[in-house]
Design a protein around this ligand. Structure first.
Ligand code: ADP
Length: 393
């Protein structure tokens, strides 16, 4: 080994140590995975890198992060007939000079994302003796992948696997304890109401009131359970994104068809302000639908009698904007930063409408899962606009 080679090897190890330190500093799974794929491409001098995590239920490997996101995200490959599957089944690394001659290569992905693959280096990601997925780098930019690249990626893969497992555990325990804490309020209302109902001298008219409390709080509990499971799935990275080309006008038409009766029941108007010929975007239709429905549902809940909800969309440079505007109570400035936190409700909201405080957390997750972002503009007593920005690819 020449002195030059030794130096670069040393430099790469130093970089690896730096990256490993950085991995421990976040418990946000998306950020973590993003760091890992970028580090993998950088350290092995590959043009792209990706992480596939194993989904035990479906027995497939799902692209969870890639340097060329979000094209890859959510795509899956079979464990039985793919290179990533081979890595996971054998728990061994692999270097392939030209994948087109390899019968394990699952070509569908290349056809879908239009990125030709030539050379490939893949390593298993193993945490506590369990394979959780594979880390792959493709198309080495200078020559072929070497055993040295493989060794470095193996170390990164092992560190990454532990960081991913820790993040999942941390998020789950954090979320579960918050959830249990939040369950207490509706549960104690239900218990009190039930006890009062059994009280022999409770006046007749109070019976209905107590039954109503039990009914609303039970509905709230069940909504909380659904939103909670949704969020837990999104946060743990176990929720897969079924990415396809989407017509936003169709998506918004769908959402507005679904919600217009709810709006009308409350005496509100749901208006559509978007052209039918918006540029298509790449995304998960059902997830985006859920996000927009959550926003419309808030626009209905926190509106004023006879108010409006406006569903708007337009393109702005390389982005597509979706806005949900309402003419409702608005949100005081000091609470706007915390709206997207789990279980956060603006004080006093419980007097206006039932809610779980999870809807906006779910929306934010979904939008960020599409490499987008969400902003809120609100004036107390005038109304609120939630603005989603999504990249057009
Ligand atoms: P919730 O189930 O409580 O509606 P969300 O996460 O959807 O939970 O919203 C969090 C809080 O943000 C709500 O409790 C409410 O205080 C406030 N909020 C959300 N959307 C609006 C809106 N359109 N107008 C006014 N306040 C809103």
């Amino acid at each position: 080994m020449t002195r030059h080679q030794q130096k670069t090897l040393l430099e790469r190890y130093q970089k690896l140590i730096e990256i490993s330190r950085g991995l421990a500093s976040t418990f946000d799974l998306d950020i973590l995975l993003d760091r890992i794929v970028n580090a993998a491409a950088d350290l092995s001098n590959a043009s792209e890198a990706s992480i596939l995590l194993y989904d035990e239920v479906k027995n497939e490997l799902v692209f969870q992060a890639a340097t060329n996101e979000p094209v890859m995200r959510g795509l899956s490959v079979p464990v039985g007939s793919s290179i990533a599957g081979w890595i996971v089944r054998n728990q061994e690394p692999i270097i392939i000079g030209d994948v087109s001659h390899d019968e394990r290569y699952f070509k569908n992905i290349e056809d879908t994302v239009n990125i030709p693959t030539y050379s490939l280096l893949g390593v298993p990601m193993i945490a506590k003796d369990k394979v959780i997925g594979a880390l792959e780098a493709i198309n080495k930019q200078d020559g072929d992948f070497t055993l040295e690249d493989q060794e470095i990626l193996m170390i990164l893969g092992a560190q990454a696997a532990i960081a991913i497992e820790n993040t999942r555990l941390f998020q789950q325990s954090d979320l579960v304890s918050e959830f249990v804490h939040e369950l207490r309020t509706p549960l104690s209302s239900i218990t009190t109401a039930a006890q009062l109902l059994l009280y022999p001298s409770l006046p007749e008219e109070k019976h209905i009131k107590m039954a109503r409390v039990i009914q609303t709080e039970s509905i709230r509990l069940s909504e909380m359970a659904t939103s909670f499971l949704n969020l837990a799935k999104l946060e743990s990275g176990r929720s897969t994104y079924d990415v396809k080309e989407i017509s936003i006008a169709q998506l918004l038409d769908d959402c507005s068809d679904l919600m217009s009766t709810n709006a009308a029941k409350e005496g509100l108007n749901l208006q559509r302000e978007y052209p039918q010929d918006l540029p298509p975007i790449q995304g998960d239709y059902d997830k985006l639908k859920q996000a927009i429905i959550n926003l419309i549902s808030n626009g209905i809940k926190y509106n004023r009698p006879g108010g409006d909800i406006i569903l708007r969309s337009y393109s702005e440079g390389d982005n597509l904007i979706i806005e949900v505007e309402d003419t409702g109570i608005g949100i005081p400035k000091e609470h706007q930063d915390r709206l997207f936190e789990k279980f956060y409700r603006v004080p006093g909201s419980e007097n206006i409408s039932t809610g779980t405080g999870l809807g906006l957390a779910v929306v934010k997750r979904i939008v960020e899962g599409h490499q987008g972002h969400i902003q809120v503009v609100s004036d107390q007593g005038v109304g609120t606009i939630f603005k989603i920005t999504l990249p057009i690819l």
